[in-house]
Write a protein that binds this ligand. Sequence first.
Ligand code: NAD
Ligand code: UFG
Length: 341
Amino acid sequence: MVQPIQKILVTGGAGYIGSTTCVALLEAGFSIVVVDNFSNSSRTPLDRVLEIAPGSLVTYEVDVRDTQGLGEVFAVESVDAVVHFAGLKAVGESVANPLNYYDVNVGGAVALLQVMQEHDVRNLVFSSSATVYGDPEVSPIVESAPLVGTNPYGRTKLIIENMLRDLAAADPSWSIACLRYFNPVGAHPSGRIGEDPLGVPNNLMPFIMQVAVGRRKDLVVFGGDYPTPDGSCIRDYIHVMDLALGHLAAIRALGDISGCEEINLGTGTGSSVFEVHEAAQRAVGETIPMRVGGRRPGDAASCFADTSRAMRLLDWRATRTLDDMCADAWRWQSQNPTGYQ
Ligand code: NAD
Ligand code: UFG
């Protein structure tokens, strides 16, 4: 008989998406073992996770590339499944320092999978990204669309995805949900945990929120001459709470997954940069300075998900609106103007 999943190891659980997912998992009654090396986070989000959702959560400061350290965790904690968030995620940084990205992302995944195999744990939810679709020819994007890595970060995700497919083909006792996130934004509605980028944010929502809170002068819209209705790029922004609930749904669906399933997590609706800016102004209740600048190299004009697979396999859909995303992002930013510091 298949054992029900009770204890989940969450790598990168102190990060933005990981900490929000820990809340969802604790509220659903799971026990959690977090493994994080805190290279892009601290223990504070985990303390706040437990404030929001008191429950069973233990933390190990271990690097996912460290097979010995990971093995010790698996030996002590009998986990039933792993959610693998840990990794590096900045496209520009991956171009400047590709070896570090291959080492942490690909090396970390290899090490984790080896230790999981040794300890007979074959239930995995993996953080992939819509970046694997490159510059998509059509949106909505279905999971069978062509895959292409357009930068080192994207190529690490593609390599890991291929590795997971090879592993599942070699041993179908693996149950793997490979979740391709679109654009996660927003924060837990408590305002206690959220996205805390180091330095100048690369992503749109944290940048807008830092302008709104007075940390940056103005938002520069990267290109107003794209072939879209208002000329700015279109993306599928998804509330991080919806994303967290998508992971919960994936954990619950693992028992029905044999092998590796790729699943888009998005809303299925695209919003332009100008629309996000307007929604952010509604949430903040003030004008947010903005100007239109040149295009950012590598940006696709339009990218949004076909979400039918997630509905079918996970019985999950995103329910939160762009206004919800901006309201929660603003609550987090205004209550924590300098993030966790
Ligand atoms: P994050 O940086 O906030 O969280 C990642 C966590 O992993 C951090 O706590 C960091 O300290 C930890 N970590 C990094 N390297 C580690 C290592 N070698 N060993 C142990 N821990 C390590 O990032 P996030 O936004 O929460 O993203 C989580 C995952 O989702 C990543 O794999 C990312 O590629 C993927 N993803 C993110 C987005 C996004 O826009 N945020 C989009 C698509 C996919
Ligand atoms: N943008 C601006 N000004 C800014 C920041 C962003 O106009 O200051 C625009 C971008 O040009 C883009 C949109 O806002 O049109 C969203 O940009 P993000 O950087 O927030 O998100 P991307 O879609 O470019 O990238 C995200 C993740 C990547 C991932 C990719 C595909 O950050 O890691 O989605 O999944 F690879």
